[in-house]
Every structure is written in structure tokens, then in C-alpha cells.
Design a protein around this ligand. Structure first.
Ligand SMILES: [Zn+2]
Length: 462
């Protein structure tokens, strides 16, 4: 009689919380890590894992795996493609509802998520822009004191129903006043959750003031803050010639507030072409209209001309576009070196009506690209520190005490990979954007083998 449901034998086991880094046998039982030992273990299934690394499953604190279709009669449709890409990347838990946009009511949405039986754990924030819409406010409207009070109540209900916190998309909803931000942050503090912010500006000349705004909200209210895609908003040089990342990292450190941030490992942004991001024109950006690559809809894969840009900008249907060369690589590296910065992919992969996968490759490539480029090739930090940024740091921010860790009693959400060959294959373009990485041997969710690399083909005996 085997003692365990699944045994991973002889892997190099990394736990970023205790610093454990040893070759061990790991036994999983009833969804939990039940044994970590040098002794042999008997399992119903045994995976031989010599020369592979076993780490906690990755936790992606910034995704957009949310229903995006018209909400009809309280029904939600979940796209599923983002979580499918995440699973093959070693990610076992994702957080949606970022950048101000989410589903409401949260309770119904979480019930739908549970019924969908997605392959990984899916959590959500409640989005401020979504709450604003419920009150009839458009992105440039400023809420009255009574509307702010109503929004605070809606936010509290959303968190009571299971939202992990509140997200803001201040750049997408420029009418959001600081008073509104403070009121929702008070609700966050009262529920002991966190607020995630896509900040108000993303140009080098306004980087410091945009970070100062969110630090002030965290300091005044005492709410914990997750800065979303930090290097995508904060990059380049300030007017005094100093790096915006360096200046704002110092402000964050000196604030005394509970602040963490996420960064995706790409220099290319993606956003909706109709969003307020482009309202002020292109003068302050590193890219031009013709650098925009279309990521969704029938024109996916093509670059904008001025005519196509104008047409999509005024279309009733939103189109996702990639903005190439938007963030200098040195700023992405500088941000990753900061101990409070984790990986967040900003993933949003869709399956088009034409049956093709469309989106930014970060949905399928982020963790593997991070481990290949920043850990193995550039050596910015140790493998253990890389794993901490992929698992423990986001688990701590989300208050998940049994995830992001590889210890007896913790949830058996695990990633088994080859540190020498792990790498991203996803690239810009239709379908290739969703290519799974190399080097990920198996992904375990809740103690079950949720994804496994196909074994190499053995040639038939002559
Ligand atoms: Zn965002």
C-alpha cells in the first residue's frame, strides 16, 4: 500500500521562506505536502526528479483572467485561456480583477469560477472603475461625497464576499479624486486586505508625483499597497537626471508603509487602444502610433497605420495593442533588484472567434523568461531569490499562509523544472503568443498532477 498519492523523488527542493535547499524526496497526500525526507517514499505515482528543481508553484499577482464579454442576467463567462497558459508556465495561483476592472457582484463571480473548475487557483480583486460604473460614473466624472460613501460600501461588500482587495486603474479613470482613493483605502485597511494600483501617469516627467500619490494613500490610511507593473509606469530619468526607479524606490523605502510592487519581464506594454492612456497623444512616449502592434480582433498581428489607429480608436469594440520599446531594459533590471518587487505578468490571453490565440506573450512566457534571462543569463540574483519573487512574496501580499512555501503541511501547489533549460518560447504573433515554455517538467495543483511535459519519444526497437 503506497503511503502517498504522489512522490517527487530526488529533486533539489527550494523553500524561499526557510532557505531550505537540499536534495530530498517529497510525499504528497490529500492535497498537502506530507513528507520532506532523504528516506525513500512509496507513492501511488513516483516522479523521478534527479537534476530538477522543485519549488512552490508560482503565484501571479497581476493577471486579467476576468470575464470580458457583456454581462447578461448576472452570468459570467470566463475566458480560460489565461489560466491555461499560466498552468503550463508553472503558475498555480493567479489574481484577476487588476487595474480597476473586475466582476461584480464578487460572490456570484467566485461561485462561477468554482463551477468552471479552472486548472489553477483563481482569485480576484474588486476594481474601482467597475464600482464607479455601477454608480453611473464615467472615467472623467468626479464622484460626489455621497457617491464616494456608496463606493466604499460596495468595496466593503466585495471584500466580504471574497475579493482579496481593491484595484485602481487611475490612468484609465482620470476623474478618480484622491478623496475617492482614500475612502476605498480605508475600506481596505478595515478589512485587512491590500490595494493594487495602476498609477495615474506613465511618462518619465511625472513618475515621481505618480508614486508619491500612492505612497501618500498608503501612509494616510495604513492600507497595504501593491504597485502594479511598476517599471511600466516608472522608468527613464527625472528632470534632475536621476533614475526614476532609484528616486521612487528610496521614497518607498523611507515611507514606512507596507508597499510591494510587481514587474513583468518585457519592455513592451499592452493596453486597450480606446483607453485614456492615449488621450494625451504620443509626445511623451518612447513609441509612435506605427509601433503599436494589434493583439486582438481581426487585425491581430498587424501594425497600426495612422488610419487603422483612428478607426480602432473610434470603434465600439475595444482592441488590445502592444506598445513596443516602451520600458528601457535597465529599468526593468533595476526594479527586479529591489527586494520588494515580485513578478506579475499582466497576462490577458484570449481565444478569438476564429479559433486563434491572441495576446501579449507575457501570458505564456513570464516566469520562464524571468528565470532564463534575469536569473540564469544575467545573474541579477540567486535562483532562491528568483523563486521568492515568483512565490513567497506574492503569497505574503495575498495573505496565503500555506502557499508560496515548500514545507510540511503547506498546500501541494508545486513546480518541477530544469534550471538549465527553462526558457520562454512565446513570441509576438497570433498563436505563437501562447507557446508554452521549455524546461517545465510538471506542475502540481492541490496535490494533483495538473500538467506534465510529454516524455521524450523513444525510438521503436529495430
Ligand atoms: Zn494596468
Amino acid at each position: 500500500m503506497p503511503d502517498f498519492d504522489l512522490v517527487i523523488a530526488g529533486a533539489r527542493v527550494l523553500d524561499p521562506e526557510t532557505g531550505l535547499d537540499e536534495t530530498l524526496n517529497v510525499g504528497l497526500l490529500d492535497g498537502h505536502i506530507a513528507a520532506l525526507t532523504m528516506a525513500p517514499l512509496r507513492g501511488e505515482r513516483v516522479i523521478e526528479a534527479a537534476s530538477l528543481v522543485l519549488s512552490p508553484g508560482f503565484i501571479d499577482i497581476h493577471t486579467h483572467e476576468d470575464f470580458r464579454e457583456t454581462q447578461q442576467s448576472g452570468e459570467f463567462r470566463i475566458p480560460r485561456e489565461t489560466s491555461a497558459c499560466a498552468l503550463r508556465s508553472g503558475t498555480t495561483t493567479i489574481l484577476g480583477g487588476n487595474c480597476g476592472g473586475s466582476n461584480y457582484p464578487v460572490g456570484n463571480y467566485l461561485e462561477t469560477l468554482a463551477a468552471e473548475k479552472l486548472p489553477i487557483n483563481c482569485l480576484t480583486l474588486a476594481g474601482n472603475s467597475t464600482l464607479r460604473k455601477l454608480l453611473g460614473l464615467d472615467e472623467y466624472d468626479t464622484a460626489s461625497p455621497s457617491q464616494i460613501a456608496a463606493m466604499k460600501d460596495l468595496a466593503g461588500t466585495a471584500m466580504d464576499e471574497g475579493a482579496r482587495g481593491i484595484s485602481f486603474g487611475l490612468q484609465y479613470a482620470p476623474g478618480t479624486s484622491f478623496a475617492e482613493v482614500l475612502a476605498l483605502c480605508e475600506a481596505v485597511r478595515e478589512k485587512d486586505k491590500f490595494f493594487a494600483v495602476h498609477m495615474r501617469y506613465d511618462t518619465p516627467s511625472r513618475a515621481v508625483e505618480t508614486v508619491e500619490e500612492v505612497i501618500a494613500a498608503a501612509r494616510i490610511t495604513g492600507a497595504a499597497l501593491q504597485i502594479s507593473h511598476y517599471a511600466a509606469n516608472v522608468y527613464g530619468l527625472a528632470k534632475n537626471g536621476l533614475s526614476n526607479i532609484d528616486i521612487t524606490a528610496r521614497l518607498i523605502g523611507e515611507s514606512g508603509a507596507d508597499i510591494t510592487a510587481d514587474v513583468y519581464p518585457y519592455d513592451t506594454w499592452a493596453t486597450g487602444i480606446r483607453s485614456a492612456v492615449f488621450d494625451q497623444g504620443f509626445d511623451d512616449f518612447n513609441f509612435k502610433v506605427t509601433d503599436l502592434e494589434i493583439l486582438s480582433g481581426p487585425l491581430a498581428g498587424r501594425y497600426c497605420t495612422q488610419e487603422i489607429y483612428e478607426e480602432l480608436r473610434h470603434s465600439p469594440q475595444e482592441t488590445s495593442v502592444a506598445c513596443h520599446n516602451a520600458t528601457p531594459m535597465r529599468d526593468i533590471e533595476a526594479a527586479y533588484r529591489l527586494p520588494f518587487v515580485c513578478l506579475g505578468s499582466d497576462a490577458n490571453m484570449t481565444l478569438g472567434a476564429d479559433g486563434h490565440k491572441k495576446g501579449h506573450p507575457r501570458a505564456a512566457g513570464s516566469p520562464a523568461r524571468f528565470l532564463r534571462e534575469f536569473v540564469r543569463e544575467k545573474g541579477l540574483f540567486s535562483l532562491m531569490e528568483g523563486i521568492r519573487k515568483l512565490s513567497l512574496l506574492p503569497a505574503q501580499r495575498l495573505g496565503l499562509g500555506r502557499k508560496g512555501r515548500l514545507q510540511e503541511g503547506c498546500d501541494a501547489d508545486l513546480c518541477l523544472f530544469d534550471p538549465q533549460t527553462i526558457g520562454d518560447r512565446a513570441a509576438f504573433g497570433v498563436d505563437v503568443c501562447a507557446l508554452p515554455p521549455t524546461g517545465i517538467r510538471a506542475v502540481i495543483v492541490g496535490g494533483k498532477l495538473a500538467w506534465e511535459e510529454a516524455p521524450p519519444e523513444v525510438p521503436p526497437r529495430p
